[in-house]
Design a protein around this ligand. Structure first.
Ligand code: ATP
Ligand code: MG
Length: 552
């Protein structure tokens, strides 16, 4: 019999919310929700944030710099006076980012310069650090290397085929808001890999180029990624920092933002904020999301919010229907790519590169189109197929060399050219990615069984242990449910789920003990869990927030 009845007993008591004295815009009624930095779920938020932080640290140097940059702010939390200035305090001249796949795009940090009134003719853009990363520092030597670089999901593509309509719609929306100097909010939804982030980035690049040419008014661009912020309220800190270069606490940033958005600032530049991975910025009270949707409606904000999420009805689910309809969001839904569109996307990445047979690309696109329409997945499969061809070619070359060493007088002729990627190679890549019987077993598990496996993996990684107690997993499981609006199971149900995973040999559970202290470990590999679940949009999101695996 389990001692605990519900998740509350597993969750630490929330810290009381601090009140703020933020000023309100004239004539606007701001909900009390919008007046406080939520702390009710701060303990689980902090945990999640730490988890993400560690995950980020493993990803790339750029990410490390990003995080360090973010942490610098919280470490140095200086309460500064928020006197509003109409003039920007940091202006960075805008350079168009190179669009080559393998191009190195160094991150820029805002640099101070003498504040000047923005002028249409000047190509000045205030920028936050970009999210682009380098893929390969050295120039690719072979078609395969070239293909691998171009197919990398982090590579910035030369074009975004099949997203022309969405591109235009977003561009027109942002351009008119920038030109009118009004606030505005656009909500973009779509399942993973449908090009939401890529399209918004491309629109911003295009608008920055136009501003540089003096075709449109200058504007600021700030990107806040739910995956990267250590805590949802940190979004306030980032926005205020981008607007003012002041490093303040989240509470103070909220006050200063509200003060600025409710005060006339005729010379203030419009600010486009990309709130990416918005799903991860939701909080129990929805304060952050609410504020970012609400501020564009304030008369003096000039805030243009581009909110990007996977869920189509996130505003309705998280805010009340009444509030979300009052916010008047412009909505765009990105549909999953069809097979034909995936072919186009992969082919456009491979333009001028002779690494693939056309039918191999079609095969990959068909497989992905039938399941998810996720361009990221199609690119990953094709990239893996290239690696397989390269490995095979390397093996053949090694054998040739060995033979030559053994029979120095035998003429082996010229080395054969490596094969192109064929349907067989793509098939092998797909099988590799999904093949193991454990992967199939996990894929057939129920939603809560899968969540339990992810919760266990998260705890194992977090603690760096081989096994953890049931209570630890239950805690993580219930947090995930709450975060993703999934009906949580009772603890007794969770215990049954754990037992069922034990009998199907996904888990090893301590026998003879069915309480909170029962020790549990994975019986399948972590890799199998990840492989099996990352095809599912919800689980991919959860897996993305797992702490990094300890180095072996
Ligand atoms: N139309 C397209 N043309 C070329 N590449 C594309 C296209 N759509 C998506 N991609 C590529 O697919 C990958 C995933 O795209 P992106 O990150 O924009 O997806 P997303 O919709 O933001 O997914 P998520 O919801 O997971 O954040 C990126 O590498 C992107 O460049
Ligand atoms: Mg995205």
């Amino acid at each position: 019999m389990l001692a605990l009845k519900d998740e509350k007993e597993l969750t630490r008591a929330p810290t009381p919310a601090k009140s703020t004295n933020a000023s309100k815009p004239a004539g606007k009624s701001t909900s009390s929700v919008g007046k406080q930095v939520e702390s009710a779920s701060s303990s689980h938020r902090k945990k999640r944030a730490r988890v993400q932080e560690e995950h980020e640290a493993e990803v790339s140097d750029d990410d490390v710099r990003d995080q360090a940059y973010s942490e610098e702010v919280s470490d140095q939390e200086q309460e500064t006076d928020g006197e509003e200035s109409d003039e920007p305090t940091k202006i960075v001249s805008k350079k168009r980012q190179p669009k080559k796949a393998a191009a190195t795009t160094p991150k820029k940090r805002p640099t101070k310069s003498v504040a000047k009134a923005p002028s249409r003719s000047k190509s000045l853009i205030i920028k936050t650090p970009t999210t682009q990363r380098s893929i390969s520092a050295s120039a690719p030597k072979t078609d395969f290397e070239h293909a691998r670089n171009r197919l990398h999901v982090k590579a910035v593509p030369d074009s975004l085929p099949c997203r022309e309509d969405e591109f235009l719609e977003i561009q027109e929306h942002l351009e008119s808001a920038i030109e009118d100097g009004t606030g505005s909010c656009i909500y973009i939804s779509g399942v993973p890999g449908t090009g939401k982030t890529a399209t918004v980035h491309e629109v911003i690049r295009s608008l920055q180029a136009k501003a540089e040419e003096g075709e449109i008014s200058p504007f600021q661009f700030v990107e806040i990624n739910g995956m990267k912020v250590t805590e949802p309220s940190y979004a306030y800190v980032l926005l205020w920092m981008a607007l003012s270069e002041q490093k303040v606490t989240a509470n103070h940033a909220l006050q200063l933002l509200e003060k600025q958005f409710s005060t006339p600032g005729p010379r203030r530049l419009p600010c486009v904020v990309l709130m990416d991975e918005l799903d991860l910025l939701v909080t129990s009270k929805q304060t952050v999301m609410y504020n970012f949707f609400e501020w564009p409606n304030w008369l003096h904000s000039r805030l243009i919010v581009v909110a990007v999420a996977n869920t189509m009805d996130l505003p309705e689910r998280m805010l009340s229907n009444k509030v979300s309809s009052r916010l008047g969001l412009t909505r765009i839904n990105f549909q999953p790519y069809s097979y034909q569109q995936l072919v186009k996307i992969v082919e456009s990445r491979l333009e001028g590169i002779q690494a693939f047979r056309r039918e191999a690309i079609e095969f990959a696109a068909r497989k992905v189109g039938a399941v998810s329409g996720d361009a990221r997945r199609a690119l990953d499969i094709c990239r893996r197929a290239v690696e397989i061809v390269e490995t095979n070619a390397q093996k053949a070359e090694d054998q040739r060399r060995l033979k030559a060493e053994r029979n120095p007088f035998e003429d082996l002729g010229p080395a054969p050219d490596p094969e192109q990627v064929t349907i067989r190679t793509v098939d092998q890549a797909i099988k590799e990615m999904f093949a193991s019987p454990n992967v199939r077993l996990i894929q057939t598990a129920s939603l809560h069984q899968k969540l339990f496996l992810v919760a266990l993996t998260a705890r194992l990684r977090r603690l760096g242990l081989a096994e953890v107690e049931f209570s630890e997993i239950a805690h993580a499981h219930l947090q995930m449910c709450r975060l993703h609006n999934i009906e949580p199971p009772m603890l007794s149900e969770l215990s049954a789920i754990c037992a069922s995973l034990g009998s199907s040999r996904c888990l090893l559970v301590e026998s003879g003990k069915q309480d909170l202290h029962q020790r549990v470990r994975l019986s399948v590999s972590e890799e199998d869990v990840i492989m099996a679940l990352k095809i599912d949009p919800l689980f991919r999101r959860l897996l993305d927030t797992l702490p990094s695996a300890p180095a072996t």
